[in-house]
Design a binder for this molecule. Structure first.
Ligand code: ADP
Ligand code: MG
Length: 399
């Protein structure tokens, strides 16, 4: 019996937003378990591969990474989390995170002074990298350990540094786990250095593992950076939720508050959102707001749809769109005109009445900015689901 006659906006459980923890993390238990197995194997010195979660925007990579990192930390691993904004160097991001990691390792009261030494090695790394990367804002003097990780060559120094920390982790019977979000923004040669350092740790059975997430272009970037990357990582595809999981994502949070959805209302939400987590949260939130009582019905969802779309237009879609040049916007608009995947570069150029080569720089910059990716040579996809509809809404005509 459903007794809830009034749906309190204060208790609306749905949580649309980049990186916002959902009220129910639906459909991801398999991958969470996979990560736990890989991590335990790594800690025990057994062969295991890091994970790079790959998927479009809004599928829930960040919240999954957060969930896995929280569980990992609770199981006595040493965890560092890094988000890579565009245009920051990898050393600038790694240095403070690795310092925290070493301090955590140092607190584990076995194996003597190894942590102190690792801090000095990091100190040498900081000084060497500051010469080359001018965005390093790290003022703490950690000393140095002459000849370790201080050559100024990122490849060599990162290998030395991660191996040093790996040795400490091994002696302390734990593992160092790097969680890195938005990996596609790491510059290729810096990513190559990181992959190589992880590779050396693996070869030497040192417990250091990367669990990362990024847009689909990440797979190609890793392969180009180091050909052996494919043996070092698994690339689980994170996609829209299945119907069952989408059902769980919507119904479970409501049920805790005595609210449910009419099945037809759910069908409608699933059809419109295609199971994409971000959209499910948005539709859930607005359906709740529009409903007067439980069960939330089709009319509520209908009213919610316009609100959900206009919220998405004002935030999820727009944040990225605003940063584009007019030429880039035009390219995306032409791409949206082709409604079937894969969208071929040649067809896009034709719509723009240009040569493929002359629009190639625009395409390249859209890939760098994380707006589109290339599923295979000469093909293009949007990194944001339903972006084609959005762009047609705001740019109704091609010119
Ligand atoms: N498994 C899930 N079940 C329900 N909602 C989810 C799930 N994963 C993510 N979400 C919701 O989707 C939105 C986007 O999640 P986020 O992790 O930022 O995606 P991404 O990092 O892939 O762009 C957030 O509002 C989050 O609460
Ligand atoms: Mg994210």
């Amino acid at each position: 019996m459903l007794i809830s006659l009034y749906m309190d906006p204060r208790t609306n459980p749905y949580a649309p937003g980049a990186g916002t923890i959902p009220p129910q993390l639906a459909g991801r238990s398999e991958i969470i378990e996979k990560a736990a197995i890989a991590l335990d194997r790594c800690k025990s010195g057994l062969a295991s591969r890091g994970l790079l979660l790959v998927g479009l925007r809004g599928v829930g990579k960040t919240v999954l990474l957060t969930k896995i990192s929280q569980e990992t930390e609770a199981r006595d691993f040493v965890v560092v989390s890094i988000e890579t904004p565009e245009n920051r160097s990898l050393p600038a991001l790694l240095i403070p995170a690795l310092r925290t990691a070493i301090l955590k390792l140092d607190k584990i009261a076995i194996a003597g002074d190894m942590g102190k030494r690792a801090l000095r090695v990091l100190g040498g790394f900081v000084s060497a990298m500051k010469v080359k990367y001018h965005d390093i804002e790290f003022g703490i003097d950690l000393g140095s350990e002459s000849g370790s990780a201080d050559s100024g060559n990122l490849d060599e120094d990162l290998v030395a540094l991660l191996m040093e920390i790996g040795r400490v982790a091994k002696a302390k019977k734990t593992a160092l786990v790097l969680f890195v979000d938005e990996i596609q923004y790491i510059k290729e040669e810096q990513f190559a250095a990181l992959i190589m350092a992880l590779h050396k740790c693996t070869q030497n059975q040192l417990p250091v593992m990367l669990i990362g997430a990024g847009l689909p272009q990440l797979v190609g970037q890793a392969g180009r950076a180091k050909s052996y990357a494919e043996r070092l990582f698994e690339y689980p595809q994170i996609g829209p939720l299945t119907k069952n999981s989408a059902h769980d994502a919507l119904f479970a949070p409501a049920a805790r508050l005595g609210v449910t959805f009419a099945e037809k209302a759910f069908e409608d939400i699933f059809r419109q959102t295609k199971g994409y987590p971000y959209f499910l949260q948005e539709w859930g939130k607005h359906s709740w707001q529009c409903a007067k009582k439980s069960p939330i019905d089709e009319a509520d969802v209908k009213a919610a749809t316009d609100l959900a779309i206009s919220d998405l237009d004002a935030s999820f879609f727009r944040v990225r769109f605003d940063r584009l040049t007019p030429g880039e916007k035009k390219y995306l608009r032409a791409m949206a005109e082709l409604d079937a995947e894969p969208r071929r570069s040649g067809d896009i150029a034709e719509l723009l009445e240009k040569e493929v080569q002359s629009v190639a720089p625009v395409r390249a910059s859209l890939i760098t900015k994380g707006m589109i990716y290339s599923p295979s040579h000469g093909e293009n996809g949007f990194t944001v689901p339903l972006f084609d509809d959005y762009i047609k809404r705001i740019m109704p005509s091609l010119d």
